[in-house]
Design a protein around this ligand. Structure first.
Ligand code: HEC
Length: 159
């Protein structure tokens, strides 16, 4: 009786350890999966650009929404709505720029924000050895990264 109890307990612990190991692998093995998106109507870029060429472009916002919901939403929330999502609210990224009245200063602020966005998405976020976001370079084309940003900005809320 005692032996059987011990056996089932140890089996139970084995199962628990197995589950924990699986969860750890699932988190550490976060991979960037390319979205499948119809990009027709999105002007190709050809050259590397550092500021968003699609800002407020209606077709880019549509393409960006589809790419975002496939690639980013599981962490940053469906349609960039962060309620219940584990990752930061991307709609707020350029809120400081939006408050600037002087057009030249605002353009410089947006350019800086664009560079931060595309660099962060390309490299992902690994902090003290823990991957918080996988890198997206070689997974997303620059066109899709800018389209995603155009979509996120279109979802920005006034604050
Ligand atoms: C596996 C979850 C996950 C996925 C998928 C993901 N992200 Fe992230 N992302 C995070 C986390 C977590 C952070 C915050 C990292 C930190 O600084 O602690 C972050 C941060 C960012 C930041 C910087 C935000 C800031 O406030 O500085 C940007 C920009 C970003 N993500 C864009 C994207 C885009 C675009 C996609 C889709 C192509 C995406 N992310 C997909 C988890 C994810």
């Amino acid at each position: 009786m005692t032996l059987r109890l011990r056996l089932s307990l140890s089996r139970g612990f084995g199962l628990l350890a197995g589950c924990l190991a699986f969860v750890a692998v699932a988190v550490a093995g976060e991979v960037a999966v390319a979205p499948v998106v119809d990009q027709s109507g999105l002007p190709p870029l050809g050259v590397e650009v550092r500021t968003n060429p699609y800002r407020a472009n209606a077709r880019a916002i549509e393409v960006g929404q589809s790419a975002f919901n496939q690639a980013c939403a599981r962490c940053h929330g469906i349609d960039a709505n962060p309620a219940g999502a584990p990752a930061p609210d991307l709609r707020q990224l350029n809120r400081y720029c939006r408050r600037i009245g002087e057009p030249a200063v605002q353009a410089a602020c947006l350019a800086d924000n664009d560079a931060y966005f595309s660099k962060t998405v390309a490299n992902g976020k690994t902090i003290v050895g823990v991957m918080h976001m996988p890198p997206w370079k070689n997974v997303l084309s620059p066109e899709l990264v800018w389209a995603i940003q155009a979509f996120v900005e279109a979802r920005a809320v006034a604050r």
